[in-house]
Design a protein around this ligand. Sequence first.
Ligand SMILES: Nc1ncnc2c1ncn2[C@@H]1O[C@H](COP(=O)(O)OP(=O)(O)O)[C@@H](O)[C@H]1O
Ligand SMILES: [Mg+2]
Length: 223
Amino acid sequence: MIEVKELTKTYKVGSDVIKAVDHVDLEVGKGEFISILGHSGSGKTTLLSLMGGLTRPDSGTVRIDGTDIWAISDDELSDLRNRKINFIYQFSSLVPTLNVIENVLLPTAFSRDRDEGYYDFAMELLDLVGIREKEHSYPAQLSGGQQRRAAIARAFINRPEIILADEPTGDLDEETEAEIMALFRRMNEEKGITFVIVTHSSDLASQTKKRYRMSNGVLKEAE
Ligand SMILES: Nc1ncnc2c1ncn2[C@@H]1O[C@H](COP(=O)(O)OP(=O)(O)O)[C@@H](O)[C@H]1O
Ligand SMILES: [Mg+2]
């Protein structure tokens, strides 16, 4: 499903050249759940944004279901992203002036088949993340963990096939982290969604079957 070959991205800062992602190869099969562990600055965020079609690589390829995402037009790429990929960030924030259900439904406002049962699906997602009764609450009325759950429900509303999660539980306490990870596993098992989770927590990485390590832009399979 995701096939990364010789992917490279460098940044020039003044006279310095930083190899943020250095000839990375990676294959992620449909329905797999992998983690990439690495210290801050090791290139994890850059790799995710290259894989998800947000940052153009210097060289190398990213194929999603066989399509070389950096060889197609911007329109085709944004269409592919909308249909298949979603990101979850550490600080995925809700729109403060919208209530929970409105926040979860927000991404469907740009979708073509907008009236196709999204409300029911949004409620199913709120149920899955355990905040169904908060449907009409505003973000400021929720705890940090509840806000995160709502943001996660929102990430699933367009039925993505792939979730690219960047330190998704970075700022949460252990208990909430465990709950969110259990939720991801459930979405993986029940809905067959493919997960790539990037983290600096070896605890979190140890919970995934397939693990990689990133260091100075270089990716290696972990034992
Ligand atoms: N837009 C940018 N401009 C210049 N340097 C960057 C940029 N983004 C990331 N970097 C550098 O690339 C390296 C990898 O960064 P990043 O991918 O954010 O790592 P991580 O997510 O593992 O912390 C770091 O040295 C960082 O400073
Ligand atoms: Mg990062």
